[in-house]
Design a binder for this molecule. Structure first.
Ligand code: FAD
Length: 647
């Protein structure tokens, strides 16, 4: 069912569509998978890190370890909500804020895989400390500058950023989260075009309250395209010492308590026109492209977290005896452990593959990165939950409390609080599903939509589009019924070779079903999010299976006959196949209409009877006037020096 605000929704969709990266310069394993073709050569032989590069990474991790062990007590950071300045200074001194900045601009020029390893290690030691570095390097000013900046901009800003001038990425606003079309921060050009005046608010900007430099997305004057006014969003580099900038509020969260994240205000902040990244109007595309590779750090930290959880559980499940046996021997606990191991292997493999893609630059990884983010954050949440469950009451107890009672201070609850944000930032799981689904459907959208919904500016006639589509589908569709592409694995067990064949055949089945669904729902398909999510899940599990199988083949070639490796991949693939089959079944047999009815009724107050008198109001209900007064009071308080930039 379409949502109610149709005009608004269309504007949002148009802007998102305009800002989509439409070109595919390099091949993509996942894009091909959705077309029914498994390009095994893009995953196998599975890439391994060059030993010299690994040595560089290992040595650097040792330097970071020294800094963290000297200056950071992760429990104190969690308790006090602050990463010690000495730690940040020491990290700056060893070049940590320039990890991913090329050497020619004063950075360390680490490969993506080493960068992920360093940040992954940091995040397991102290999540808040790692966020300072990853927000700065993965999405902060260095990333869009490297991708879209001019040589002058790179020379001007990158050396400063590498030395430790902390930066941040400012896209979100109080009214603008997943949908940037309603963005209201304005950048008004001066009469001679030499500068812009920035006005507005940005919310939840990580590092924002301590940043020297920001990348800010703002609305610039609209452009007329084909007689229609088009909203323009532009990316600016903004120095936070410019008059008119202030930190309105420093936010506090359930996890990552030591990060500095805030509400930023811009009041007539003067930004030189030469600080525009790319061209005016390209801002949203720049932001989204920055996130395409920027979000690769998240799978790295999730995979590292999974390894840390496995490590922390190992002794416990053997030493803790209940009902006459170590708890790990009870089948229910054993299932959690085995699934944690299998998921951790998949996360690790996906992370390694995506990093190799980023380092080699021969694969377009926008879909792979989105899947990696989506898959690893969801799996990380499952692992955190099992980690706590396996630890029982101790999983829920804080590390400090455990220590004070003389027990091993395993911070499972803190790990869970820290991990929760990953499913929200840099594209929520639901938005990742929509993003992947849009790209997955692109083959059909490009061919079928011009027939169903011709655009006024389309120069080709409907007949021409029909003939073109017919030619394509007559060639493509019959092939989706043929057996899938296999690959001649030499070291995998027969069970695992059967999973290889399944991936090949299932990709064709997926492509065929997606086409059938497109024909059935036509332009209404975009509203069938639950069906699209099933397709995304199938594609994601197939990608994960292919990645695990290819990696295992490579590992087994080096150490043949390792049964544990065959088993973990077999288990992963069996679990994945169960989920894939359930998702296929849910495309056909579901109760999505009922889900819609119940949620709609809930939104209209139909279930108020169920909650009435049971709880105190949660949160206290304030009337709009009261809220306006509170906002005004917060504004006044924010002009106090304690809340400004230094905070
Ligand atoms: C700790 C933290 C750090 C952050 N750091 C930064 C930062 O450095 N820079 C920055 O710019 N932002 C940052 N953010 C903002 C973050 O990126 C947003 O919270 C995120 O994009 C989601 O936006 P939202 O919270 O407004 O949720 P909303 O967009 O309001 O979404 C609420 C819920 O609705 C779902 N939803 C929304 N639209 C759809 C749809 N079309 N279909 C299906 N489901 C939908 C979402 O998935 C979510 O579950 C940070 C946030 C936090 C909490």
């Amino acid at each position: 069912m379409p949502p109610t605000h149709d005009g608004e929704k269309q504007a949002a969709m148009d802007l998102a569509e305009d800002s989509r990266q439409k070109e595919w310069v390099h091949p993509s394993f996942v894009a091909e998978l959705f077309r029914g073709r498994v390009r095994w050569e893009l995953v196998s032989p599975f890439p391994v890190q060059d030993p010299e590069d690994k040595r560089i990474g290992d040595e650097y991790i040792e330097r970071v370890r020294e800094v963290l062990e000297t200056h950071v007590d992760p429990e104190a950071v969690d308790r006090n909500g602050e990463v010690p300045k000495a730690a940040l200074d020491a990290l700056k001194a060893i070049g940590c804020f320039g990890l991913k900045i090329p050497k020619e601009y004063g950075g360390l020029g680490l490969s993506q895989i080493n960068y992920n390893r360093v940040v992954g290690y940091m995040s397991t030691y102290c999540a808040s400390t790692s966020v300072y570095v990853s927000s700065h390097l993965s999405i902060g000013v260095p990333q869009p500058l490297k991708l879209f900046g001019t040589e002058d901009q790179k020379k001007k800003f990158l050396p400063r950023l590498a030395k430790g001038a902390i930066s941040a990425f400012a896209l979100t606003e109080p009214g603008v989260g997943s949908d940037p079309a309603k963005m209201s921060t304005m950048a008004t050009p001066s009469a001679d075009g030499s500068y812009y005046l920035l006005n507005g608010e940005k919310l939840w900007c990580t590092n924002g309250p301590v940043a020297e430099i920001l990348v800010v997305m703002a609305v610039t004057p609209p452009k007329i395209v084909n007689g229609k006014e088009k909203k323009q969003i532009t990316a600016f580099v903004v120095e936070t010492d410019t008059p008119g900038f202030e930190v309105g509020h420093v936010c506090q969260f359930m996890g990552c308590r030591g990060i500095r994240n805030g509400l930023l205000r811009f009041h007539n902040v003067k930004v030189p026109a030469e600080n525009i990244i790319g061209k005016p109007g390209q801002g949203l595309k720049i932001a989204l492209t920055t996130l395409n590779t920027g979000r690769l750090t998240v799978p790295g930290t999730c995979a590292a977290g999974a390894r840390a959880a496995l490590h922390a559980c190992q002794d416990w499940v053997s030493e803790r005896v209940q009902w006459g046996a170590p708890i790990g021997q009870h089948q229910s606990v054993g299932k959690m452990l085995a699934n944690m191991v299998a998921d951790a292997y998949a996360m690790d493999s996906i992370d390694a593959l995506c990093c190799a893609y980023a380092d080699e630059g021969a694969v377009d990884l926008r879909l792979e990165a989105a899947m990696a983010k989506y898959y690893c954050t969801e799996a990380s949440w499952r692992i955190c939950d099992d980690f706590i469950q396996v630890r029982g009451g101790r999983g829920y107890e804080t590390a400090e409390s455990l220590r004070k009672r003389g027990e091993k201070p395993i911070p499972a609850e803190m790990a869970m609080r820290n991990a929760r944000i990953s499913r929200i930032i840099e594209g929520t799981s639901e938005i990742m599903q929509l993003f992947i689904a849009r790209e997955a459907m692109d083959t059909h959208v490009r061919r079928i939509m011009p027939i169903l919904m011709p655009r006024p500016d389309d120069k080709d006639s409907k007949i021409k589009h029909i003939l073109r589509a017919a030619k394509f589908y007559l060639g493509w569709y019959p092939k989706t019924w043929l057996p899938g592409d296999g690959w001649d694995a030499r070291y995998l067990s027969s069970e695992n070779r059967s999973h290889v064949r399944y991936v090949g055949t299932c990709a064709k089945r997926l492509a065929r079903k997606m086409f059938h669904t497109m024909v059935k729902y036509r332009e209404r398909l975009e509203y069938e999010q639950l069906i699209l999510a099933n397709f995304v899940d199938i594609g994601t599990y197939l990608f994960a299976m292919a990645t695990c199988l290819a990696r295992a083949e490579r590992q087994l070639a080096e150490s043949p006959g390792v049964q544990q490796l065959q088993d973990v991949v077999d288990l992963y693939c069996r679990n994945a196949r169960e989920r894939i089959e359930a998702a296929f079944s849910s495309v056909k047999h579901n109760h999505n209409t009922l889900v819609h009815e119940v949620s709609r009724a809930y939104m209209e107050g139909g279930y108020e009877w169920m909650v009435r008198d049971v709880y105190a109001d949660f949160p206290p209900i304030l009337d709009p006037q009261e809220l306006a007064l509170m906002a005004e009071a917060a504004k006044t308080a924010s002009s106090a020096p304690a809340h400004t930039q230094s905070g």
